[in-house]
Design a protein around this ligand. Structure first.
Ligand code: FES
Ligand SMILES: [Fe+2]
Length: 413
């Protein structure tokens, strides 16, 4: 597809409908997605508790990029590009680890960097060689309520609103004092937008997620839930829990601020957590002196989503890799002092969202397979898919804005 074709495709999209096939299948459009949306926004890399000590690191991917999230000697968290300044080799491999001897050493020719990315050793270089010119490139890092956010943007979006919203949601849930109890990586053979659209709507929850639907009121149409949601709010008020609904979703389009939204929703009567038996699964977190039987959904930017219960939390990271491959990392959070086998059991803790994520992988891959057909044509969103439609509207705005900012002849750059 050429640039002019894409502009026309964006104009052709019928409001209130899913996207045309090309948006989910064309590598050219995927490149636009990366440059005009994904690389411009903040995204969650994980939780800072995963790297408690100097030299601890984990790797984060986005598209073809790889980033080393590392704890430095001074205790800061840095995001270093996993690209050697010599001839470009990846320096670290594997998902996580500990840097040996405080040095990140490239496996190719052994250039060696300290934890701040400064080049310390490079053998047999000429006298004119200046080590200081070959520091590893790094990305901005922001830690909010224990969550590590990074961005590839040269001019990062403003995070004040997102920080405030996180303080009023993740903060109330005690996420700054949480730890990652378990993580799972799902490889999804589908375009990232199908995975995100699926996450943003609950029209599919009743048919595809019976386990979720039995626990979360949100699976049903809003007009059927008013009483149950009001009861949930009363329970929260009785415990002094205040988590406001905040809606600045997609606000970043042109405004220079990062998108953020927070929404609370009740669990079904009598359930204190979203578990197999509705009972608690770990010790209470944050401001909760008892469970109020609610859940808090929040998201920052287009690919980072979160769900908090009174006794545990879930982080969703969507990781677009190629036009038809997306990874989804799910992390379960518990209180930092909770002890496995005493306070929580990993099987019970992860049951609902392991089940739900496996179901989502399947339906999203089936969605992609159908969209690949030349007989696919985009149908209308239902009343229960408002947020999926909103995501797609925002996405198209970002692509259009990116196109405006680029001279017509530079489209392929
Ligand atoms: S590419 Fe890293 S040392 Fe040569
Ligand atoms: Fe789902």
């Amino acid at each position: 597809m050429m640039a002019g074709d894409l502009a026309q495709r964006i104009r052709d999209r019928q409001p209130g409908r899913a996207l045309a096939r090309e948006f989910y299948t064309d590598p050219f459009i995927f490149q636009r997605d990366m440059q005009d949306m994904l690389l411009r926004h903040w995204f969650c890399a994980g939780h800072a508790s995963s790297i408690p000590n100097a030299g601890d690191y984990w790797l984060v991917d986005l598209g073809a990029e790889s980033v080393i999230i590392v704890r430095t000697q001074s205790g800061e968290v840095r995001a270093l590009l996993n690209v050697c300044r010599h001839r470009g080799s990846r320096i670290c491999s594997g998902r996580s680890g500990k840097v040996q001897s405080g040095r990140l050493t490239c496996p190719y020719h052994a250039w060696s960097y300290d934890l701040d990315g400064r080049l310390m050793v490079a053998r047999q270089m000429p006298d004119s060689f200046q080590r200081a010119e070959f520091t590893l490139k790094s990305l901005p890092v922001r830690i909010m309520e224990g969550l590590v956010f990074i961005t590839f943007a040269e001019e990062p979006l403003e995070l004040a609103g997102a920080a405030d919203a996180l303080a009023r949601s993740a903060g109330v849930h005690g996420w700054a004092s949480a730890k990652v109890a378990h993580r799972e990586m799902y490889s999804i053979k589908a375009n990232w937008k199908l995975a995100v659209e699926n996450y943003m709507e609950c029209y599919h929850c009743t048919p595809a997620h019976p386990e979720f639907a039995k626990r979360h009121v949100y699976a049903r149409p809003a007009q059927h839930n008013q009483e149950l949601e009001l009861a949930g709010r009363s329970r929260a008020a009785a415990l002094g829990i205040v988590v406001p609904d905040i809606d600045h979703y997609g606000c970043a389009a042109g405004a220079g601020r990062e998108s953020v939204a927070v929404m609370r929703s009740a669990l079904h009567d009598g359930m204190v957590s979203a578990t197999d038996d509705g009972r608690s699964v770990s010790r209470l977190m944050g401001s909760f002196s008892a469970s109020d039987g609610n859940s808090t959904y929040f998201d920052i930017g287009p690919i980072s989503d979160f769900l908090a219960y009174p006794d545990h939390g879930v982080i969703y990271r969507f990781i677009p890799r190629t036009v038809d491959h997306t990874e989804m990392e799910v992390m379960w959070l518990v209180h930092q002092d909770a002890v496995e086998g005493v306070d929580y059991d990993v099987g019970r803790l992860t049951w609902l969202w392991r089940t739900t994520s496996a179901e989502d992988k399947k339906i999203v891959e089936m969605n992609q397979a159908g969209v690949n057909s030349r007989f696919y044509c985009p149908g209308p969103y239902s009343l229960q898919e408002t947020y999926a439609g909103r995501f797609v509207d925002w996405y198209l705005q970002e692509l259009s804005r990116g196109a405006e900012g680029r001279a017509a002849g530079d489209w392929a750059s």
